[in-house]
Design a binder for this molecule. Structure first.
Ligand code: PBG
Length: 326
C-alpha cells in the first residue's frame, strides 16, 4: 500500500473527535502574554485608536486590569510605560518610582503570581525617540549600555520577573545579565528581543507609546527584513550572553525565523505578534470580511506551530476567552 485509494487522509478529519485526537499543535491560555501601556494621571483608560480593545491606563486602573487578566488565566503581562517627562538620555526610564517601576509594584501587589515582564528601551523616554542615546545623529551603542544597566536594575528592584531589552544594542543582554548578577538579582530572567526586525508593523505601537523617532529610522540597529542569517547571529549572541528566553519579532511575516530558531536552539522561544499585525486583523474584522474567533485562533496557532512557546499578543484577552470556553 503506497497511496490512494488505500490511503485516505480524510479518515483522520471525519469528526471533531478524531480531529481533536490528531491535532498536533494545541494553543493554550498558558502560552499568552498581554502587553499593557501604563501612563501617569488618574482614572485614565484611553483606547488606542488603531488597536481596539487596548488602552493606555493609569496606575489606579491597573488593579482592575490585572484582575481581569488573572480571571482569564493569562499568565503574564509585558509592561510599557508612558513617562511624564522626556530628555536626551531617557532619564525617566530608570527612575526608582518611574511609571513602569510603579506599575510593576501595583501589578505584584494585585497578584503576586502574575508574571511581570518589563520592556527595556529608551525610545519612549527620549525626546528624539531613538532606542539609544545619540552622538550627533548616530546611536552611541556603548554609552547606551551604561544607561540600560540603570534601567534594568530599577526594574529588577521594583520586582520585575523578566527584563526584556528591545533596543537591539550590541551586547545588551550580556551587560544586563552581569549587572543583575552583581547586584543580587540572580533570579531575575532576561528575555532578549533577539531577532527584532526594522519593521513597518510597529506603526500602531509607536502611536500608542509615543515612541516614533523624530528623525531618521531604526535601520542602523534593527535587522533588515531581507535577512535570516543575520537573525541567527543575533540570536546566537543573545544565547552566548546568557539570555533565558529568545524572542523573534514581528511574528507573522517572520514565521520562517521562528521555525529556524526552533530547529537550532533549545531555549524557550517567544514571538511578538506586533501591533501592525493586530490592527490589520481588527480592520478586516471591522470591515466584515474576517471572522474574529477563527482568524485569531488560526494566527496564534500558526505562531505556535512554527515553534514559539510564548506568544505576546494584543489578542491575548479575546483568545483566552475562546480558549477557556472551549
Ligand atoms: C521599543 C519597542 C517597539 C515595540 C516593542 N518595543 C517599537 C519599535 O521598536 O519601534 C513594537 C511592538 C509592537 O509593534 O506591538 N523599542
Amino acid at each position: 500500500m503506497t497511496g490512494y485509494p488505500e490511503n485516505r487522509l480524510h479518515r483522520l478529519r471525519k469528526t471533531a473527535g478524531i480531529r481533536n485526537l490528531v491535532r498536533e499543535t494545541k494553543l493554550s491560555v498558558n502560552d499568552l502574554i498581554f502587553p499593557l501601556f501604563v501612563t501617569h494621571g488618574e482614572n485614565i483608560k484611553t483606547e488606542i485608536k488603531s488597536m481596539p480593545g487596548n488602552y493606555q491606563i493609569s496606575l489606579d486602573n491597573l488593579p482592575r486590569e490585572i484582575g481581569e487578566l488573572t480571571s482569564l488565566g493569562i499568565p503574564g503581562v509585558l509592561l510599557f510605560g508612558l513617562p511624564g517627562e522626556k530628555d536626551e538620555t531617557g532619564s525617566s526610564a530608570s527612575f526608582r518610582h518611574g511609571i513602569v517601576q510603579n506599575a510593576v509594584r501595583v501589578t505584584k501587589d494585585t497578584n503576586p503570581d502574575i508574571l511581570v515582564i518589563t520592556d527595556l528601551c529608551l525610545c519612549g523616554y527620549t525626546i528624539h525617540g531613538h532606542c539609544g542615546i545619540l552622538n550627533g545623529e548616530n546611536i552611541d551603542n556603548d554609552k547606551t549600555l551604561d544607561i540600560y544597566i540603570e534601567i534594568a536594575l530599577s526594574q529588577a528592584s521594583a520586582g520585575s520577573d523578566i527584563i526584556a531589552p528591545s533596543g537591539m544594542m550590541d551586547g545588551q543582554v550580556g551587560i544586563i545579565r552581569k549587572a543583575l548578577d552583581t547586584n543580587g538579582y540572580t533570579g531575575t530572567a532576561v528575555m532578549g528581543y533577539s531577532a527584532k526586525y526594522a519593521s513597518s508593523f510597529y506603526g500602531p505601537f509607536r502611536a500608542a507609546s509615543d515612541s516614533s523617532p523624530s528623525f531618521g529610522d531604526r535601520n542602523s540597529y534593527q535587522i533588515d527584513p531581507a535577512n535570516w542569517r543575520m537573525a541567527m547571529r543575533e540570536i546566537q549572541e543573545d544565547v552566548d550572553e546568557g539570555a533565558d528566553i529568545i524572542m523573534i519579532k514581528p511574528a507573522l511575516a517572520y514565521l520562517d525565523i521562528i521555525n529556524r530558531a526552533r530547529a537550532t536552539y533549545n531555549h524557550p522561544i517567544a514571538a511578538y505578534n506586533v501591533s501592525g499585525e493586530f490592527s490589520l486583523i481588527k480592520a478586516g474584522i471591522a470591515a466584515g470580511t474576517l471572522d474574529a474567533k477563527t482568524i485569531i485562533l488560526e494566527i496564534l496557532t500558526s505562531i505556535k506551530r512554527a515553534g514559539a512557546d510564548i506568544i505576546i499578543s494584543y489578542h491575548a484577552k479575546e483568545a483566552a476567552r475562546w480558549l477557556t470556553e472551549g
